[in-house]
Ligand binder design. Sequence first.
Ligand code: HEC
Length: 132
Amino acid sequence: VSALRVADSVLAKLVWLAAAFTVVVLLAGPSLIGAKKHGAAAAPAYGAPAASTAADGKAVFAKSGCGGCHTLAAAGASGTTGPNLDQAKPDKAAVTAIVNSGAGIMPSFKGKLSDAEIAAVADYVSSAAGSK
Ligand code: HEC
């Protein structure tokens, strides 16, 4: 009889442990699932900006009026005030530098465009002009 009582109290403790474990899992479970959902959502979100960088660069080129002064066939631009970019074929570093600094009558776009926009337009111009 006393052996049964011992077994009974051990079982009772196990039941409590199981109940406590269930509660912990229930409490922690949603946050674990939530964390996984955040991770899964972040992966495609990282891909999206990368995929749209070229489009952004083209948009920055258009909205900044680069085409008013420069010819760049890919952008449908035929400006003649500045060098023809299809012929100059500036690389990304060259575009970044001159867009930041300006040169002669070309204005500096620093402060008018964000660093990300300047990087995007430099990427766009260098690849559209065929330097890379
Ligand atoms: C007001 C006219 C004007 C605008 C607007 C303009 N540029 Fe220019 N750009 C020039 C001129 C002029 C030069 C030549 C500067 C010099 O070397 O004296 C030049 C030079 C450049 C060069 C160097 C070309 C080479 O010979 O290697 C690049 C690249 C360039 N511009 C890109 C851009 C981009 C990108 C934009 C838009 C964000 C832009 N420019 C907006 C007039 C302009």
